[in-house]
Design a protein around this ligand. Structure first.
Ligand SMILES: NC(=O)c1ccc[n+]([C@@H]2O[C@H](COP(=O)([O-])OP(=O)(O)OC[C@H]3O[C@@H](n4cnc5c(N)ncnc54)[C@H](OP(=O)(O)O)[C@@H]3O)[C@@H](O)[C@H]2O)c1
Length: 333
C-alpha cells in the first residue's frame, strides 16, 4: 500500500468569490483498495467552475461537506490496481478530488495521441460540453453567426472553433482586451467583444450585423440579456453555464425572454453528463482537429497541490487564461 498523501479540504463554505483561506492543506492516511478500485498518482487536477456550486451545495444535488476533500477530476497513472481491466502504468481519467494519490472507480483509460493534460480540457469534459452544444444541439450552418460567452475558456474556445470548422462565423465575448486578443489570435474567432466595455451592446451589434443565429451562453446575467435582444429569425440558444451568478448569494433578476419568442428561437439546456455515451463520437471529431491544430487550446497550469486553492480562486475571479489545471507530476516521457 502506498504512503500518506497531501490533499486539499474545504475549511469553510465560501461567501461570494472564494479565497484561499476557504481551503486547508491536509494529510490523508492510506487505506487498502477494495475490489474494482485503482490507486492513481495524479498528474493533473482539473479545476472547473461547477465546483463553486458543489462548495455551496448548489450543483445538481452535490455538496462538499466541511472538512472533506474537495471533489474534482484528475488524470494520472495507475500505481495499484484491483480492477482487472486496468494495469499499473495505465493512464486514466476519473473523479479524484484535490489529492495526490486518489482512489478511482471505473476511470476512463487515456490512449489518445495528444498531451495528457488535454484529457481534462479540449479533449475532456469541457470539450465534450462544447461539442454537445455545437454538433448535437445548435448545429451552426455555413454563413451563420455564432456568439459564445466566456470565449477565452476551454468550453467557449472549443465552441467557437468547432463552429468555424463547420463554416459558421464565430464571435466571442470575453472580459478585457487581453482575453479578446487571445480569442481572435489564438483561436481564430472572427471577432471578440469585451463585455466590460460601456458600449458592449453597440459593439456586439456591430460585430453581428445580421443578428445572432446561435448564442451559446456560459454566463447568464446582463450578457445573456444583451445577446437575446439580438437573436436572428430561427435562432438557437444553448444555456450552458451561469458564471454571473456562481459567486452570488442571491439569485439575480432574470432576463427578458420576450425576444426569444419573437425570433421563434429554441432554448435548450445543456448538461454534459447526458453526452458521455457519445464520448467516442466527440473524440473521433475533436482529436484529429487538435492534432492538426485546426482546434487550439491554452492551459493555465499551476504547480504543486498547495497551489490548488489559489488557482481555483483565480478561476472564480476570471483571472485564468485557458483550461485551469494543477500539475502534480512532470509530463510522461
Ligand atoms: N452545462 C454543462 O454541462 C457544463 C459543462 C461544463 C462547463 N459548463 C459551464 O461552462 C462555462 C465555462 O466553463 P469553462 O470551464 O470554460 O470556464 P472558464 O471560461 O475557464 O472560466 C469562466 C470564465 O467566465 C468569465 N466570467 C465570470 N463571470 C462572468 C460574468 N459575470 N459575465 C461574463 N463572464 C464571466 C470569466 O472570464 P472573463 O474574464 O471573460 O469574465 C471566467 O474566466 C461555465 O459556466 C461552466 O459552469 C457547463
Amino acid at each position: 500500500m502506498s504512503g500518506a498523501e497531501q490533499a486539499i479540504a474545504l475549511a469553510r463554505v465560501p461567501v461570494g468569490v472564494p479565497v484561499p483561506e476557504d481551503f486547508a492543506l491536509i494529510t490523508l492516511a492510506p487505506r487498502a483498495l477494495e475490489a474494482g478500485e485503482v490507486r492513481v498518482q495524479a498528474q493533473y487536477l482539473s479545476l472547473d467552475p461547477y465546483l463553486r456550486g458543489v462548495l455551496s451545495g448548489r450543483h445538481m444535488g452535490h455538496r462538499c461537506e466541511l472538512g472533506a476533500v474537495v471533489p474534482g477530476a484528475a488524470v494520472g497513472r495507475v500505481v495499484e490496481s484491483r480492477d482487472p481491466a486496468l494495469q499499473i502504468g495505465d493512464t486514466v481519467i476519473g473523479e479524484a478530488g484535490w489529492r495526490a494519490l486518489p482512489i478511482m472507480q471505473k476511470p476512463r483509460r487515456w490512449d489518445i495521441d495528444a498531451p495528457v493534460s488535454t484529457s481534462l480540457g479540449v479533449l475532456g469534459m469541457p470539450g465534450l460540453t462544447a461539442w454537445a452544444g455545437v454538433a448535437q444541439i445548435a448545429k451552426p450552418q455555413p454563413q451563420e453567426t455564432l456568439v459564445v460567452s466566456a470565449a477565452a475558456g476551454p468550453v467557449g474556445a472549443s465552441v467557437g472553433q468547432l463552429a468555424q470548422v463547420r463554416g459558421a462565423r464565430a464571435v466571442g465575448i470575453a472580459g478585457g482586451a487581453e482575453k479578446c486578443a487571445l480569442v481572435k489570435q489564438q483561436y481564430g474567432f472572427a471577432d471578440c467583444i469585451d463585455y466590460k466595455r460601456d458600449d458592449f451592446a453597440v459593439a456586439l451589434k456591430h460585430a453581428c450585423p445580421n443578428g445572432i443565429d446561435v448564442y451559446f451562453d456560459n454566463v447568464g446575467g446582463a450578457v445573456l440579456e444583451v445577446c437575446i435582444s439580438m437573436l436572428a429569425l430561427h435562432a438557437r440558444v444553448v444555456l450552458c453555464g451561469l458564471m454571473d451568478q456562481y459567486n452570488q448569494e442571491t439569485r439575480p433578476k432574470g432576463p427578458n425572454l420576450g425576444p426569444v419568442i419573437g425570433a421563434r428561437a429554441m432554448l435548450k439546456g445543456l448538461v454534459v453528463y447526458d453526452y458521455y455515451p457519445q464520448f467516442d463520437s466527440f473524440l473521433s471529431e475533436m482529436a484529429p482537429l487538435v492534432k492538426s491544430q485546426q482546434v487550439r487550446f491554452v492551459e493555465d497550469i499551476s504547480v504543486g497541490i498547495g497551489q490548488t486553492p489559489a488557482a481555483f480562486c483565480r478561476l472564480m475571479r476570471g483571472e485564468n487564461r485557458g483550461k485551469t489545471l494543477v500539475k502534480l507530476l512532470d509530463d510522461y516521457a
